[in-house]
Design a protein around this ligand. Sequence first.
Ligand code: SAH
Length: 398
Amino acid sequence: MSTYPVIRLRRGKEESLDRFHPWVFSGAIASLPEGIEEGDLVSVLTHDGKIAGVGHYQIGSIAVRILAFGDRVIDAAFYAEALEQAARMRLAIGLQRPDNTAFRLVHGEGDFLPGLVVDIYGDTAVVQAHSPGMHFAREVIADALVSLKAIHINNVYYKSDTTLPFKARLDPVNDYLRGGNADAVALENGLRFNIDWLRGQKTGFFVDQRDNRSLLEHYSRGRRVLNMFCYTGGFSVYALRGGAERVVSVDSSAKAIALTNANVALNFDTPDAAGRHDAVAIDAFKFLDGVNTGDYDLIVLDPPAFAKHRNALANALRGYRRLNAAGIAKVAPGGLVFTFSCSQAVSREQFRLAVFSAAASTGRRVRILHQLTQPADHPVNIYHPEGEYLKGLILYVE
Ligand code: SAH
């Protein structure tokens, strides 16, 4: 039996919990216990006094993130079990292999651990807390990670300075919680990547594009590839291995260009891969302005989330339309456009509509060859469809 402070729901507001949706919205709450603090563990009671679940409390529209339905003590054993389950799933689907040491171990709600993200790079786990509750649990989580049986982890790096709610004033410090002498090279499908979790964006690498990069490799032979928003050069390195005639990587950040060049060199001896690769630090729209139709046979458009919040949606859709119109207009006849949106606030349908109107504005004949999504290590909890965020299309442009 747990003994957490009790949050009572308004009448009828347990419906979504009955369907295992892990969020309790503030509007569903009848009363908050006195003295409750952000990050506290709470028991959520239905109006007639039944325990619906246990979770982390937080100020904001999502007031409780449920960790367990029904009654349950959230202790070290809880985290150890949840992380072992997550690890076992990655092993079962063959993601942890000698030639693939980079993958996501915990994808928040998708692994029944709302507020927690853990990416694995070799024997290092990079942990991001998105909720105060997970921030307070970080030491227990670190212990559980280094004790995992399914995966051998020596280093745990905590990196939550940009993911925790700013108003919570938790002042998280990015630092190693365990270990610290880590090898920063990880493998993805046999390709080597320098992962800079100390200074890089997010956990240092975007592991969510692994499957889509493989697909790109498959289509790269003999093509001139333009990789827009290249960051660490993931798509570029796959294109080079796939036999692309030439690859140009573009990112507005000079640091990203340096990372891309380093990763190309790591796999192909030199940053220019024997004259096949070039990387340019420039704004994407400015670069595309200077591209002539026919210069590239395959264009990747993988921008940052244009809509970080719902109220930025209209602007974001305009951004996707403009970017895709440029990409579709410029690709060579018979060429491919790999286009993505990682904005959770943009639905699959809205993204497709934005790409549709972009295509229409170019007047070219466009067919969708593949509809892409996030990989298996970013699972979607079936009760939490909001967990689906990555959307992509591969277009064939005549
Ligand atoms: N495709 C990458 C991930 C892209 S992340 C991968 O597979 O790992 C988004 C990248 O877009 C970041 O590196 C960021 O520096 C870059 N970026 C953001 N705004 C940009 C702009 N206006 N022009 C060019 N690059 C931009």
